[in-house]
Design a protein around this ligand. Structure first.
Ligand code: PLP
Length: 378
């Protein structure tokens, strides 16, 4: 069965006469647990909830590949999932190898809290598999590919092999790709982590994250971390996610096709200094991305010469909604340096292609580029 069919089928309930086709949200804190609670699947909702289970089964299907069946755990946000890997794996004195260009909140979390508690951080760029040089004696290799916001690529299979040779676990932040676009576990990683706030759910109406693993011991560790820290997703969010996931194949196909066309168009424009999108053959990570990704993703970054040019471009566009986050139905863009924290040019814009008609998007981008160019020339 193809991915699109499997994912849509995975959101259906078993065919029992008179039962609804789709799961509804189960709102509960305690569940009935008379007498001995052993073997009762649901007792208190900080541990497990039937709506989580339905969503986790669907995500696990997506993360699985021939040869293994993944298990998934959902979290209240992407950062709750990221924190769970660090918290369940790392102990004082352990070394964590981190991309120097990792998503800033993950980097700050490690630097500000985990390093203070005795975790040793080694940082190297994503591009060129530079993290491979730092694996000796490490406990955890954290990978992000494509990286946010600079769209760097590394080779998950090669890095996982090198890490395992060094006795090190591997986690991939797979947010920009989604498990439909890239399957880290199939490429050898131990943890596939994502913010499902983005493309996975795609409507900009909830925060959610997940972790998928193959190994049952790792699953138990992460499950326990979630229960003890209370990083529990609300059942309403889990249910909204379950509804949204059925349209992921459609949304991803359309938004990634739009992203490819926008990136190709931007690459022809003289106003644009650089386009960072792994789907472009000129991208240094293109060959690896082709190998390990089914889709190159909806997100790209491109650079205009100055901050003023980038701000004018965003002001003059009618169809690019200025917002942070990405992976939604509608195209969004922002000047990323306005937040600080990343070593990027002032004129860098991160754009997330949505599902609009591509002709409208390209016309709008062209007129906004011209307006930005005119302001620059004045
Ligand atoms: N990882 C990446 C690559 C992200 O871009 C984000 C959010 O932007 C996160 C993790 C954190 O996700 P959340 O905002 O759902 O906590």
């Amino acid at each position: 069965m193809r991915d699109a069919t499997r994912i849509i089928r995975s959101t259906l309930t078993p065919a029992v006469a008179g039962e609804p086709l789709h799961h509804g949200p189960v709102f509960a804190a305690p569940f009935h647990t008379p007498g001995d609670p052993t073997g009762v699947p649901y007792s208190y909702a900080r541990s497990h909830n039937p709506t989580w289970t339905a969503l986790e089964k669907s995500i696990a299907q997506m993360e699985s590949a021939p040869g293994y069946r993944a298990k998934a755990l959902i979290f209240a946000s992407g950062m709750a999932a990221v924190t769970a890997v660090f918290g369940a794996v790392l102990r004082p004195g352990d070394v964590c190898v981190l991309p120097s260009n990792a998503y800033f909140a993950a980097r700050v979390l490690l630097q500000k809290y985990f390093a203070e508690m005795g975790i040793v951080l080694r940082m190297a760029p994503t591009a060129g598999n530079a993290q491979a040089e730092h694996l000796e004696g490490a406990k955890l290799l954290w990978i992000e590919t494509p990286s946010n916001p600079t769209m760097d690529i590394c080779d998950i299979a090669a890095l996982s092999e090198a890490a395992h040779r060094a006795g090190c676990l591997v986690a991939v932040d797979n947010t920009t790709a989604t498990p439909l676009g890239q399957k880290p576990l199939a490429l050898g990683a131990d943890f596939s982590v994502a913010s499902d706030t983005k493309s996975m759910t795609g409507h900009g109406d909830l925060l959610l994250g997940h972790i998928a693993v193959r190994d049952l011991e790792l699953h138990a560790k992460i499950d326990s971390w979630r229960t003890l820290t209370g990083a529990a997703a609300g059942p309403m969010e889990a249910w909204l996610a379950l509804r949204s996931i059925a349209t992921l194949p459609l949304r991803l196909e359309r938004s990634c096709e739009n992203a490819q066309k926008i990136a190709e168009f931007l690459a022809t424009r003289p106003e644009v200094t650089e386009v960072l999108y792994p789907g472009l053959p000129t991208h240094p990570g293109h060959a690896i991305a082709r190998e390990q990704m089914t889709w190159f993703g909806p997100v790209m970054s491109f650079t205009l010469p100055t901050r003023k040019a980038a701000e004018t471009f965003l002001n003059k566009s009618f169809l690019l909604t200025e917002a942070t986050s990405f992976g939604g139905m509608s195209t969004t863009a922002e000047r990323r340096a306005r937040w600080g924290g990343d070593a990027i040019p002032e004129g860098l814009i991160r754009l997330s292609a949505g599902c609009e008609a591509i002709e409208d998007l390209l016309e709008d981008i062209a007129q906004a580029l011209e307006a930005a160019n005119q302001i620059e020339a004045e």
